[in-house]
Design a binder for this molecule. Structure first.
Ligand code: CTP
Ligand code: MG
Length: 225
């Protein structure tokens, strides 16, 4: 079974309000994107690591990357377009499976990725890392109307691991239907295919706003020691 990683890194990071896209912020000695790629580079089962980037990204080619499996592809308007463009880039020589992982999640645990891959391969079903919701969840606008039972609520993380053909077809179908596609699993759900939930560490946060930086920097420093 051949596996390729896709790393969507074509976002502008508007919520971070930083001058460069957030994947190029320095934390614990290197950029967030380098931390993420260094993690994935430790997985020998990945044939290629495709990084989806904006065509006008001036930063990527300056990074001191050494893994020859890393290749650059064009991103798209939304995250789902970036992932689909990377899938189409791979179309001449498609892998059996793809592992999609956000550039903005450098804290992911390698053992969690290994478990996601092995459980999906043995079940022959796609799946995602996810973590059980811990907080009490309210529905409302200015006032709380309801407390949502959380026993079956999960927070979706990445990586998300699916068969190449299944994901490409699902994304194309979902993008045409204009349903909200915020992760790969939402496209797979849209075409009624299974998405296994694999419990992963909740500190695999997506660095999104300035208040995420201090915690991410602390955890990255700890992981490197
Ligand atoms: N991403 C992408 N292509 C896009 C939008 C996002 O490849 N058109 C990537 C981002 O670079 C990021 C991941 O998808 O690694 C998750 O998206 P998000 O956290 O929303 O990042 P941004 O879109 O950059 O941030 P924001 O939504 O705050 O602008
Ligand atoms: Mg975004």
């Amino acid at each position: 079974q051949t596996i390729v990683a896709i790393v969507p890194a074509a976002g502008v990071g508007s919520r971070m309000q930083h001058n460069a896209p957030k994947q190029y912020i320095q934390l614990a000695g290197k950029t967030i994107l380098e931390h993420t790629l260094t993690k994935l580079s430790q997985l020998p089962q990945l044939q290629t690591i495709v990084v989806a980037l904006s065509d006008t990204d001036p930063y990527f080619d300056e990074l001191p990357l050494t893994d020859a499996r890393i290749v650059r592809s064009s991103g798209g308007k939304e995250r789902a377009d970036s992932v689909l463009n990377s899938l189409l880039f791979l179309a001449p020589n498609p892998p059996d499976w793809v592992l999609v992982h956000d550039a903005a999640r450098p804290l992911v645990d390698l053992a969690d990725i290994e478990r996601l891959i092995s459980e999906c391969l043995s079940a022959n079903e796609g799946g995602i890392l996810a973590t059980k919701v811990k907080d009490t969840i309210k529905r409302g606008d200015t006032h709380s109307k309801q407390t949502v039972p959380r026993d079956d609520l999960w927070q979706a993380l990445t990586p998300q691991f699916f068969k190449y053909n299944e994901l490409k077809d699902a994304l194309q179908n979902a993008l045409q239907s204009e349903v909200a596609i915020t992760d790969e699993a939402s496209a797979i759900e849209w075409v009624n295919k299974p998405v296994k939930l694999i419990a992963g560490r909740s500190d695999n946060i997506k660095i999104t706003t300035p208040e995420d930086l201090a915690l991410a920097g602390f955890l990255l420093n700890k992981q490197q020691n």
